[in-house]
Every structure is written in structure tokens, then in C-alpha cells.
Design a protein around this ligand. Structure first.
Ligand SMILES: *Cc1c(COP(=O)(O)O)cnc(C)c1O
Length: 390
């Protein structure tokens, strides 16, 4: 209970911008997602400034909105593409295949052939079986090998499923070479919303030693793909981008000396997260018993409407209620008839006690991994609608 609640909007964006978003959303049905492209533009510029030696491959899955992709295309970004559907979208938006990598390690041979046929020549891999597929369907292409990372310290870890052990990578490189592919580099992903910068250090030292062994076998690797993992602004604190870039720079020099290989980064969350605000209506505020210590607050959006990253309360979105004054401790849930559709039960959230059913709340930092995750017609709810802030 807090007598002085006033949501600290300025921690996340200038108040003037927040007011513009609210005004813009006024006549829109909820739930909806409002995207501010100026934020994408400044995030891209911030990344370029902090990683001047790195090539940006935007991870399309984070926010595949046509206008987001088109803006990044115009700014000069390359793209990490995961499926033939994303590839078709990018081609429709006139992104050329030399600016794409097929970054998914899980792919059908016929889809590899499709990418190859469209002109893509850069492929991720992490298994012998997949290297065989690439050699058959995309002969002579550049391949980069994804190594396993622990995912420790990440709010949304990606470990286990992707990558292979550094030991196995050495054999995979030789295998790819034998099959006529071009072993081009090594990639990793330290886990999404990675708040421990040191995780790049252990990954890069593995990469450094793979470069050395490959060279002993006469193979000169040329590229390091450092993946995503850079943060967006949720409620748990993170370091600013400058700390990421300066620490990572020193890890790179520790492992490669002054002659850095070509560097790729694949930001998704850090590029798109901060650009979005979800506008939701409070459907109900209720107690489960007379002396319930918590009020249940039900939004018109939940896990199935685009907030699936609240699974295990992993991603903690800043949520703005408009009133001020004394607060209630709340449990937040979505509108569907599925009991897993609870957003936050353990994480403390509070709401001004004077808040009424039918009022709006604003879920900040929802530009990444929301609309692209929203379900289609579960309980009849349509997929999340988005608007570009004008
Ligand atoms: C999802 C993904 C990314 C983006 O990660 P973020 O943590 O959102 O920046 C980058 N690379 C690959 C291969 C991915 O699958």
C-alpha cells in the first residue's frame, strides 16, 4: 500500500510523448498496440553509435510490422529471417537477399532451397543433419555455427534448444568444409533481456578458441554473430547500452586482439520493445472473499492477446494507471476463460484505489514480442490490433 502513487512515466518516456499516445488512442477500441516509429529510429541510431564496428541484423520476429521493417530497411539494417514467410514479407518490402540471413537452425530442406533460390547465401546451423541439408539445398553458401550458451541472467532465456557444444562445433566446421560449404563464422545468443553483461564474455571466449582450432585446420573463420539479448525498459533495472558496448568491446579485444573479425548483432527486443504501448480497458475489479488481501484486476488483454512473455512472470511490464493517491495490492489477469491467463500474481503490482471499472490502463514497453505472439480467436478475441502513432 502506497499513499502517494503516481506512475513514473518519465522513467520510460517523456511525458509529452505519453500524452500524445493517449490522445491518439482515445477513439480506438481496446486492446490495441500503439507503435512510435521515432523510437525505432533512435534505437537504431543508438545501436549504430554504440556498436560502430557491428552490422545490425534486425530479428524480424520481435515486431514484423511492415512499417517497422520498411523503416529499418531505409535506415540500412540487415535482417535475421526465421521462416520463408518472413522472407516473402521482406522481398515484398523490397529488401534485397544480400541483407538477410536464414538465422533459424530448425528448417526444412525445401525451405533452405527456397531461400537459396531467392538469393540468400548466409545460413545458421547447429547440427550435422542441418549442415547436410544446407550443403544439398544451398551449395557453396556461407554458414555460421551457433554455439550453446547457458542463458543464465536472462529474463527470457533461449538456452538448450539452440546451438551445439563448442566441442562439436569444431567437427561441424570440418564437415561443412568437406561438403563444399563456406564456414564463415560463429554465432550465439546469450538469452533475451540479458541483464548480466558478463554472459557475452564467456560466449566470446568460446568463440575465440573455436577460431583458433579452425585455423589450425586451415579454416579461417571471418565473422562473429553476437545475437540479441540487449535490453528493453521493463521494471527490473538494466545497464544502459553504453555499458553493454564498452564491456563487449573489451571482451572482443581480449579474444581477438586488434584484428576484429566481422561483427554482427541481431537485436530484436532492444530495437522494438520501447516503441510500443498497449492500451487496455479494465473489465473488472473484484475480490474473491470478503477479506481477500488482494483485488483481482482483469484487463481486456492477457497472455493470449499478446502478453505471453508474462509466463512465469518473466517479463515485467511497466503498467500505468492514471489516477493518483492511495493504492490497492492487485493480482492482474487477462479476459479469457483459461486459468493460466493470469499476468502477475507473485510480482507486486499496485493500482490507485480510486480506479474504476471501464477505465484504461497503459502497458508500456510492449513493442516487441506482443502482436507477433497474439493468438487468433481464442474465445473469439481477435488478434491484437496495432496502429502507427501519427
Ligand atoms: C529472437 C532472436 C534474436 C533477437 O533476440 P532479442 O533478445 O530479442 O534481441 C536474435 N537472434 C536470433 C537467432 C533470434 O532467434
Amino acid at each position: 500500500m502506497n499513499d502517494e502513487y503516481e506512475f513514473p512515466v518519465e522513467d520510460y518516456m517523456p511525458r509529452e510523448r505519453f500524452e500524445r499516445i493517449k490522445q491518439f488512442a482515445k477513439d480506438k477500441e481496446t486492446p490495441c498496440l500503439i507503435l512510435d516509429l521515432d523510437v525505432i529510429r533512435s534505437k537504431y541510431e543508438e545501436l549504430r553509435k554504440n556498436f560502430p564496428y557491428g552490422k545490425v541484423y534486425y530479428a524480424v520476429k520481435a515486431n514484423p510490422h511492415d512499417e517497422v521493417v520498411s523503416l529499418l530497411r531505409d535506415l540500412g539494417s540487415c535482417f535475421d529471417v526465421a521462416t520463408r514467410y518472413e522472407l516473402d514479407q521482406l522481398l515484398r518490402l523490397k529488401v534485397t537477399p544480400d541483407r538477410m540471413s536464414f538465422g533459424n537452425t530448425i528448417k526444412k530442406e525445401k525451405d533452405i532451397a527456397y531461400f537459396y533460390d531467392k538469393g540468400v547465401r548466409l545460413f545458421a546451423t547447429d547440427s550435422f543433419e542441418d549442415v547436410d541439408k544446407i550443403a544439398r539445398a544451398a551449395p557453396g553458401s556461407q554458414v555460421f555455427f551457433r554455439i550453446l550458451t547457458e542463458g543464465l541472467g536472462a529474463d527470457w532465456p533461449l538456452s538448450r534448444k539452440f546451438g551445439c557444444h563448442p566441442e562439436m562445433t569444431r567437427n561441424l566446421i570440418l564437415h561443412a568444409k568437406d561438403l563444399g560449404l563456406d564456414p564463415y563464422g560463429i554465432s550465439f545468443h546469450v538469452g533475451s533481456q540479458q541483464r548480466d553483461i558478463g554472459q557475452w564474455s564467456s560466449a566470446l571466449s568460446n568463440v575465440g578458441s573455436i577460431f583458433v582450432t579452425a585455423e589450425e585446420h586451415g579454416i579461417k573463420l571471418k565473422m562473429v554473430n553476437m545475437g540479441g539479448g540487449f535490453p528493453a525498459m521493463y521494471t527490473d533495472p538494466t545497464n544502459p547500452m553504453e555499458h553493454y558496448s564498452s564491456d563487449i568491446m573489451s571482451y572482443l579485444h581480449n579474444n581477438f586482439g586488434d584484428e576484429l573479425p566481422e561483427i554482427i548483432i541481431e537485436p530484436g527486443r532492444s530495437m522494438a520493445g520501447d516503441c510500443g504501448v498497449i492500451v487496455t480497458e479494465i473489465v473488472n475489479i473484484a475480490k474473491k472473499s470478503t477479506h481477500d488481501l488482494y483485488h483481482w484486476v482483469f484487463f481486456d488483454i492477457g497472455k493470449f492477446g499478446g502478453l505471453i512473455e508474462t509466463l512465469d512472470e518473466a517479463i515485467k511490464y511497466p503498467i500505468c494507471f492514471e489516477k493518483t493517491g492511495p493504492t490497492l495490492d492487485i493480482i492482474l489477469a487477462g479476459p479469457t476463460c483459461d486459468s493460466m491467463d493470469i499476468l502477475y500474481e507473485k510480482t507486486p503490482y499496485e493500482m490507485p484505489a480510486s480506479t474504476k471499472i471501464g477505465e484504461r490502463a497503459y502497458i508500456l514497453t510492449t513493442g516487441a514480442y506482443t502482436q507477433s505472439y497474439s493468438s487468433i480467436y481464442f474465445n473469439g478475441f481477435p488478434p491484437l490490433t496495432s496502429y502507427i502513432l501519427k
